[in-house]
Every structure is written in structure tokens, then in C-alpha cells.
Design a binder for this molecule. Structure first.
Ligand code: LLP
Length: 423
């Protein structure tokens, strides 16, 4: 890390840095903090739309947005409008997407433990695909699917590939709760069990090897394994899941969605897969991460012998990723985004534990202090979607900005919202 100003490449596409403000989507970020309060999630619609379009153009029809990375009605509609299907992993995600008005025929249901009710609803509304994960699920489907209640599916397989990423978000290795192992023969058995269920149409296989992956080799290796595994199956679809990494801090670099898609397509060609096969993926992070920034207000600055703690009005409840995965972030002062950042602080939240660290070593301008509004960029993925009410902290609102206008798509939670479940 250094005292350099924040890198514009970590910010949303439309961000412009001025001496005393930052604009995103043509809207002053300082005004956003004043209007909506802090903490606040701000998403640049242009970035979201451009990433969705990129995914839709580099993969075939059926490519999906992984909604677990960030879901609300506005986001589901946006991804749908830009040509993507929506991947949901639970009945709750399915419900939000259906409420948003996105047709069920553009929804793909995932999950390693889908309940009878989740499957029943998916079939009743007519989802595009269910991705089958285990033998019990096949039996559940046998009781639900029939000539009058048909279902299209993929089978999720485990290729046995170790992706280079944090072990909590690694899923392609043999030792995993997800999918059927190719090596053990379970995947082959699953295909034949699925084929025996009347009304269940099998289109192909799916593999997802992990998340926040920078290295293309794992995707290539997976493609080769899937090609070998499905060579005689005459499938019309193959889905390589999500997983494309994004830069969070200076010094990191990642492939674009286009480069990733081209590399996957190239690997499929080299593995001898036919051109009539629809090549699909379901990126989440690569679509939403860079589009989002979080605004906080500094409330306390506490120098101790070892360092200075700077406390903001959010924390691990709106961004648990640093605590969960040791993820790094950067911060900048929205009132002086072009300034050097010589002040080293530990950026912490307002929760009652020492683990509540947003940035272990954050660099900020010398004059940033109490009442400054600071922003952490690249918080669009797995921030709001993993937000909690720990310490009964209400979740922040989410604002979409575009063409000089801000619209609130999720309002701030209130204490009444928090009390709603009391019986
Ligand atoms: N498809 C499947 C089947 C998945 O399980 C996932 C993510 C995705 C697609 C989207 O992956 P992406 O393109 O976003 O990497 N909470 C963690 C990430 C968990 C990812 C879970 N599955 C984090 O904050 O890093």
C-alpha cells in the first residue's frame, strides 16, 4: 500500500474524481451521503448494465446473473432487461426475483439442499432450469415431475479441480458438498437416474469451481474434464458456473468478462466440443462488484500505542467479507479523492467485537477524521447480500445512480423493521 490517491480503476465506470467531490452516474457522492445518510450502498447503473451486456454477448442465451452476489427487485429486472437469466440458490432468492416481475422462464434454480417446497414452486411457476445437485433431489423430483409438470435440468458435477482461491469459496475439488463427483462415478449414475424420470429433460452438465479466481487454468482444466465426460452424451448445454475474480485493491488485475468468455470458448474448441453446444456461465461478482461503493461517516478516531483506530457507522454487518475471508479493501475520502493518502489507520465498524475490521491497514488523507465521509470501493458483490443485523444494526439503503439521477431501490431498515418478527 502507498500514499497514492485512490485508483480510478477500482471505481465504477462513470466515476469522475474532482478536487472536493466524486461523481458517480453524474451524481455527487457527497450529496448522496447528505440526502440518504450513511452507511449507504451506491451502485452505478451504467457499470451494472455494461457488465450484464458483456456477459450476454460473450456467452450463449441462457447465461445467468448469480443473484446471490447482490439481489433486489431492481437488480433482477436490470439483469433481465440486459438479456441475462437469473440464477437463484434458494426459495427466498426465487421469491424476490419472481416478485420483481422477471418471468420464471428466465430463472435457474440452484441449491445443494433444495426442499420439496422449493422444487414444487420452481416446477409450478415453470423455471428455465433446475440444476440437480444430489441423489435425494432426483428422488424428490421423481415425485414432483411428470408429463403434466415437466422440468428442464442440468446436473451439477464436481470436476475435481482445485481452484486457486480462499478455501471457503472453493467448490470444484473432490471434497465438497456440491454436485456429483465425475471421478467416483456418481456423476455418471446421476445422469442415468435423471434420464429415467419421465418429464425431466436433461440438457447438460454444470460445474462451478469456486469464486474470486484470477487464474484461467482452473476453468480450462474444468472444460477439458467436462468435454471428456460428456463426449458421447449429445448434450445441448454446458455451464461453467461463476467465479471470475475482480481487483479489490491496487496491484490486483483480472480478466474482463469478455476475456474470460473467450478463454472458455477457446478451451471448449480445443477440447473438441461442438459449435452447436450452448456455452453458459453464471457470473455474479464480475457483474456487480465494481459497480458498488459503500459510504460511511467517521465517528471516532482513537490513537493507541500500536496504531490509530478510525471507526465508521457501519462495519461487519454491511461487509462481513474482511472477517470471513480476510478480504482486502481500500478507502478514500469523498471530499478529497485526488489527495495523497499518508494517514494509516485501522478502519473499524461500530460492532461490539474486535473482529469488526473493515480494512486492517487503510490509507487516507492526512486531514480525514471525525465527520469525514469515506468510501470503500468494490463493495457491490456479497456485501449487501451477506449483510446482517448484528447488534441490531439496521441494514443501509441501496441507491442506483444513472444520468445524473439517484433512485433508492432498497430503503434503510428501521427499528420497526427489526422489531417486526417479535411475537
Ligand atoms: N454459480 C454458482 C453455482 C455459485 O455457487 C456461485 C457463487 C456463482 C455462480 C457466482 O460466483 P461469482 O461469479 O460471484 O464468483 N460470499 C463469497 C462468495 C461465495 C460464492 C458462492 N457461489 C465472497 O464474498 O467472496
Amino acid at each position: 500500500m502507498s500514499a497514492e490517491p485512490i485508483l480510478a480503476s477500482l471505481l465504477p465506470d462513470t466515476a469522475t474524481l474532482h478536487d472536493r467531490d466524486v461523481e458517480v452516474g453524474g451524481v455527487s457522492v457527497r450529496d448522496l451521503a447528505a440526502t440518504f445518510g450513511t452507511p449507504l450502498f451506491v451502485y452505478d447503473e451504467a457499470t451494472l448494465r455494461s457488465r450484464c451486456r458483456e456477459a450476454a454477448s460473450v456467452f450463449d442465451d441462457g447465461v445467468a446473473f448469480a443473484s446471490k452476489s447482490f439481489l433486489c427487485g431492481a437488480m433482477a429486472r436490470l439483469a433481465f432487461e440486459e438479456g441475462l437469466c437469473i440464477d437463484v440458490a434458494t426459495g427466498g432468492e426465487l421469491d424476490i426475483v419472481l416478485r420483481s416481475g422477471v418471468p420464471a422462464s428466465r430463472v435457474i434454480l440452484h441449491g445443494n439442499n433444495k426442499s420439496h417446497d422449493e422444487l414444487e414452486r420452481a416446477i409450478a411457476v415453470g423455471v428455465h432450469r433446475v440444476v440437480v445437485d444430489n441423489f435425494e433431489e432426483i428422488e424428490r423430483l421423481r415425485s414432483l415431475v411428470g408429463p403434466d409438470s415437466p422440468l428442464d435440468c442440468l446436473v451439477r458435477v464436481t470436476p475435481g479441480v482445485e481452484a486457486h482461491t480462499h478455501e471457503y469459496v472453493r467448490t470444484g475439488q473432490e471434497d465438497t458438498k456440491f454436485g456429483f463427483s465425475v471421478a467416483s462415478g456418481d456423476a455418471r449414475r446421476a445422469l442415468s437416474n435423471v434420464r429415467e424420470v419421465p418429464g425431466l429433460t436433461l440438457h447438460g452438465v454444470h460445474a462451478h469451481i469456486g469464486s474470486q479466481i484470477f487464474d484461467i487454468d482452473g476453468f480450462r482444466a474444468t472444460m477439458q474434464i467436462l468435454a471428456d465426460f460428456t463426449r458421447d452424451d449429445d448434450f445441448d448445454e454446458l455451464c461453467l458456473g461463476g467465479g471470475l475474480g475482480v481487483p479489490y485493491v491496487a496491484g490486483e488485475s483480472a480478466l474482463s468478462l469478455t476475456e474470460w468468455g473467450d478463454a472458455i470458448r477457446d478451451a471448449a474448441r480445443q477440447a473438441g466440443l461442438g459449435a452447436n453446444l450452448r456455452l453458459l456461465a453464471e457470473p455474479g461478482r464480475a457483474i456487480v462488484a465494481q459497480a458498488g461503493i459503500t459510504l460511511y461517516r467517521v465517528g471516532a478516531v482513537k490513537p493507541v500505542a500500536q496504531r490509530t483506530y478510525m471507526a465508521v457507522d457501519g462495519g461487519m454487518s454491511d461487509n462481513p467479507r474482511p472477517v470471513l475471508y480476510g478480504s482486502g479493501y481500500e478507502a478514500f475520502d469523498v471530499a478529497q479523492p485526488l489527495a495523497e493518502r499518508p494517514q494509516r489507520v485501522r478502519l473499524v465498524g461500530k460492532h461490539c467485537e474486535s473482529g469488526d475490521v473493515l480494512i486492517d491497514e487503510a490509507w487516507l488523507p492526512a486531514s480525514t477524521g471525525v465527520d469525514s465521509v469515506i468510501a470503500t470501493p468494490v463493495t457491490g458483490a456479497y456485501g449487501y447480500s451477506m449483510a446482517s443485523n448484528y447488534n441490531r444494526v439496521p441494514r443501509p439503503p441501496v441507491v442506483f445512480v444513472a444520468s445524473g439521477t439517484a433512485r433508492e431501490v432498497l430503503r434503510r431498515e428501521t427499528f420497526d423493521d427489526l422489531a417486526r418478527l417479535e411475537v
